[in-house]
Ligand binder design. Structure first.
Ligand code: SF4
Ligand SMILES: [Zn+2]
Length: 341
């Protein structure tokens, strides 16, 4: 059975709830980094018809999408609702759609231009980052965005790994590293910067292989992206990863693994901003260590992301670090089978 068939089969068995088309899927405020300094960030996930690809093994975003395409007015209501949330004097805006902001099927061109023009006219907004799959990154689309916004625009791509085999055979992502490089070059020609998201520990990989994959990927992607964000895989409902987790065949990454890739990735690429938001850290469905040290290690990861200073990791320790080292050493002999929950 192909990964696409397996993912489709799981998707077909899920009950999809009603999601209001005039409310964003989620909005929250937090911190990010701009020109080496922390800045407030408004993150919005617009509700659209969802990702056209919709075949990735770890992705449960499809269940947040709207049954019908939200109209221009509904999308603008989502936009207004989101902007009300940020009261900071200056901030950056991070746009997601649980798919691709540059896909006209999710966000029509006129809507995209109106949103970016409004953000361009808002003096508080210092930069806009928008996530998209690389196939929607064309000169025409990016130049429309940069012209409407008139300030710093960043194209963010969920590259996941620089290894085409891992991206295809464990994530089922449906594009290649060359596609990402091409998108990055187009974005740069149009004066947009590039951010790459990587995924630490997709299914089927041992802890050690997952670590070395991301260390290598950081260096590969750093040639084409000024910022790299390492997503620590968490278990989302209605996904292949979820089915594997329920059977005991998948464990999210250790937080120690995240520390290792951030430290070694930064040491090898000091000019690149490298960050990670440890979503669901400490829970069994999120990245976790032993339970005692999760909070401190997750906090160190957050501080590192804002300061880029690897020294924050030096003071961390816990008895479980030795167990993690053993797992990294031994899991490769178990062909990725989970050794410690
Ligand atoms: S491309 Fe992104 S949104 Fe689409 S299925 Fe994959 S992870 Fe989910
Ligand atoms: Zn611990």
């Amino acid at each position: 059975m192909s990964l696409t068939t397996a993912v489709r089969d799981i998707r077909s068995r899920q009950k999809i709830k009603f999601n209001p088309p005039d409310r964003p899927t989620a909005v929250w405020t937090g911190k990010d980094i701009l020109d080496g300094k922390p800045i407030a960030a408004l993150t919005v996930i617009f509700r659209t018809t969802g990702c056209r690809w919709n075949n990735c093994t770890m992705c449960g975003y499809v269940y947040d999408s709207s049954r019908r395409a939200p109209s221009h007015d509904e999308l603008m209501k989502q936009f207004e609702h989101a902007l009300l949330r940020c009261r900071d004097e200056e901030f950056i805006v991070k746009i997601f759609t649980s798919g691709s902001f540059l896909d006209d099927g999710e966000i029509p061109t006129a809507t995209r231009i109106e949103m970016l023009s409004r953000l361009g006219a808002d003096a508080r907004v210092k930069k806009v980052i928008a996530e998209t799959r690389p196939e929607y990154v064309t000169q025409e689309k990016v130049s429309e965005c940069t012209a409407a916004l008139g300030k710093r625009f960043e194209v963010a791509v969920g590259l996941e790994t620089s290894n085409d085999m891992i991206r295809k055979d464990t994530i089922n992502k449906g594009f290649s590293f060359a596609d990402f490089v091409n998108a990055s070059k187009i974005a740069e020609q149009e004066n947009a910067t590039v951010k790459a998201y990587l995924l630490l520990k997709p299914p089927f990989l041992s802890e050690g292989v997952a670590i070395s994959d991301i260390i290598r990927s950081i260096t590969d992607a750093a040639q084409y992206a000024g910022t790299i964000s390492v997503n620590l895989c968490n278990v989302q409902k209605g996904t292949l990863v979820d089915e594997m987790f329920e059977r005991g065949d998948y464990r999210p990454p250790w937080l120690w693994s995240a520390v290792e890739v951030l430290k070694r990735g930064k040491e090898a690429n000091s000019g690149t901003v490298i960050m990670s938001d440890p979503v669901a850290a400490g829970s069994s469905r999120g990245p976790h260590n032993c339970g005692k040290c999760d909070k401190d290690v997750a906090e160190a990861i957050r501080i590192f992301s804002l300061t880029q200073d690897t020294m924050i990791f030096e003071g961390l320790n816990c008895d479980c670090r030795e167990i993690w080292e053993k797992v990294v050493e031994l899991e490769r002999f178990a062909f990725g089978a989970v050794m410690v929950k």
